[in-house]
Design a protein around this ligand. Structure first.
Ligand code: AMP
Length: 218
């Protein structure tokens, strides 16, 4: 399997799709947001610094992320491909990532861009719920992503919460950051001929989108 990069605005469903692809092709799903949340969870000094920035919706320092990523991509489970979710988020990170790939002797693979409009992304963000224990994500406004029992994780039975960065103000900040910083990556990867685009509309289910992704990967 190829290495895969997912690029999408907040709440396009890239976390959900990454997990589906990971299960189908048996490759690890590496989310830089999760790597950062793990660091916060460890209670380290670095974690405390990261939490402040994340709650404001700011991007975390390149050096911090590339350090966490080098460590993760060096593990043997990445040898047959992996999914990168949440990285790179700007052209500068894409260049750093190219250097990291050379250093680790890996290919760029394919870049999947999930395009969604801002209104739909906002309404999904405000109805997103995350498991306080295993991190699984649900959405009360998307039928197939609702938990079976209100407020309880299907997978581990722990309580679901609204993530501290899933509010309107942080969303608008993150969307703005996305347009400024991340969107230029679309041209960047298009020029490298590795970009594939999927349109996420309100009329498409997570399964529809997953089928489109499988068509790209097969
Ligand atoms: P996510 O889980 O991908 O929605 O990311 C949550 C937050 O983690 C973001 O708002 C950023 O503060 C931080 N973050 C995740 N990935 C990156 C990245 N590649 N570069 C900088 N900050 C990141």
């Amino acid at each position: 399997m190829k290495n895969i990069i997912f690029i999408a605005p907040p709440a396009a469903g890239k976390g959900t799709q990454s997990k589906l692809v990971s299960t189908e092709y048996n490759i690890p799903h590496i989310s830089t947001g999760d790597l950062l949340r793990d660091e916060i969870g460890s209670g380290s000094q670095l974690g405390i610094k990261i939490k402040d920035e994340m709650d404001r919706g700011s991007l975390i320092d390149d050096d911090i992320i590339v350090g966490l990523l080098r460590e993760r991509l060096s593990k043997v489970d990445c040898n047959n491909g992996y999914i990168l979710d949440g990285y790179p988020r700007n052209v500068s990170q894409a260049k750093i990532y190219n250097d990291l790939l050379k250093e680790l002797n890996k290919d760029i693979g394919v870049v999947i861009y999930m395009s969604i409009d801002e209104e739909l992304a906002l309404s999904r963000t405000l109805s997103r719920l995350t498991c306080s224990s295993c991190g699984a994500s649900y959405n009360s406004s998307v039928l197939e992503l609702k938990p079976k029992i209100d407020g309880i994780c299907d997978k581990c039975g722990h309580t679901l919460r609204v993530r501290s960065d899933d509010n309107r103000e942080t969303f608008l900040n993150r969307f703005d950051t996305y347009v400024r910083e991340t969107k230029p990556l679309i041209d960047y990867y298009n020029n490298l001929s590795v970009l594939k685009t999927i349109n996420v509309g309100a009329d498409k289910s997570a399964d529809d989108i997953f089928n489109e992704i499988k068509d790209i990967l097969n």
